[in-house]
Design a protein around this ligand. Structure first.
Ligand SMILES: [Zn+2]
Length: 308
């Protein structure tokens, strides 16, 4: 099976992106894997520290390994937003393919120091592990927010270059207009996130390594395509899945109050998550910009079919 590094290299060359989807439990996990399998594209399943605590770090690794083996599927596992070295090492030892080491809340010099230490320690556990570093503030929490953060400071070329040179990370996550979570207005379909595409291009040229776009939920589809063309090799989506999961579960529960069979109740959330993942994967993996699809996570039940 190809390694995550092979997959990143291929995506980078082809000007497409790998979809990264966060999950907290097995309904969403199997939905993500099934969507990627249907489209025959690679996919990364991510669990933040909170998600790992709920699911179990080794359990998540075991389930993903089982899916990989059973289907010979290119499905990879990422320890998303890991704030301590201890937790990063735990994921590396459990067999995660990559770690997002996030000390972006620290002053820049300390972030560099801690990230460099993490890169060394993680590669000592598994030389093939992919380590991503974070600079800039893109907000916390893949949740529904009342309003946008007060200030969105973009990552500069200078700090990106310095960060990459001094830490040795494989992947950089910059702040380029993206943010975690969704605003209420985005759920209602009256607002979308817009990205600074020229900054993405400048950063990619300056650092030369892979870059990840976090907080992909609710982003304008054309911006996403352009961001991928400009050098984003992985795109993270979490909140859109959570919204779809929650809505489908609500509907499922209210449809028949006497239903108690979990696999019947949970069939709808699984399908809803799968539909969102499919749409996003089609967009991220499209080699032709004209095949842009609209997202299905919320506002558009009659979504346009894509033509791959
Ligand atoms: Zn993120």
């Amino acid at each position: 099976m190809q390694t995550l590094l092979n997959i990143l290299q291929e995506a980078d060359r082809a000007g497409i992106a790998i979809g990264h989807f966060n999950i907290s439990e097995s309904v969403a996990l199997t939905a993500v894997a099934a969507a990627a399998r249907e489209l025959d594209v690679p996919v990364v399943i991510g669990l933040s520290e909170g998600e790992r605590k709920f699911f179990g770090t080794r359990q998540a690794a075991a389930v993903v390994r089982a899916i990989r083996d059973e289907h010979d599927q290119r499905v990879y596992l990422n320890a998303d937003h890991t704030h301590s070295l201890e937790s990063a090492l735990e994921a590396a030892r459990a067999g995660f393919d990559s770690v997002v080491f996030d000390r972006s809340a620290l002053p820049f010099a300390e972030n560099i120091r801690e990230t460099r230490r993490a890169v060394e320690a993680l590669k000592a556990v598994n030389p093939a592990i992919i380590v991503e570093g974070e600079i800039g503030d893109i907000g916390t929490g893949s949740e529904i927010h009342e309003k946008a953060p007060d200030q969105m400071v973009l990552t500069t070329v200078r700090e990106a270059r310095q960060f990459v040179a001094e830490t040795g990370v494989d992947v950089l996550s910059p702040a380029v207009g993206n943010m975690h979570g969704l605003l209420k207005s985005m759920i209602h379909g009256t607002a979308e996130k817009r990205l600074n595409l020229s900054r993405i291009k400048e950063l990619k040229q300056a650092v030369g390594i892979f870059m990840t776009l976090h907080g992909g939920s609710g982003t304008n589809d054309v911006d996403l395509r352009e961001a991928i063309h400009s050098g984003m090799t992985m795109v993270h989506v979490n909140t859109e899945l959570r919204v779809a999961w929650r809505r489908a579960l609500d509907e499922s529960l209210s449809k028949d109050e006497t239903e108690v069979v979990p696999y019947k109740i949970l069939a709808a959330p699984r399908e809803a998550v799968k539909a969102v993942v499919r749409d996003r994967l089609e967009l991220f993996n499209a080699r032709d910009a004209s095949s842009v699809t609209s997202s299905s996570w919320g506002r558009s039940p009659d979504r346009t079919e894509s033509h791959r």
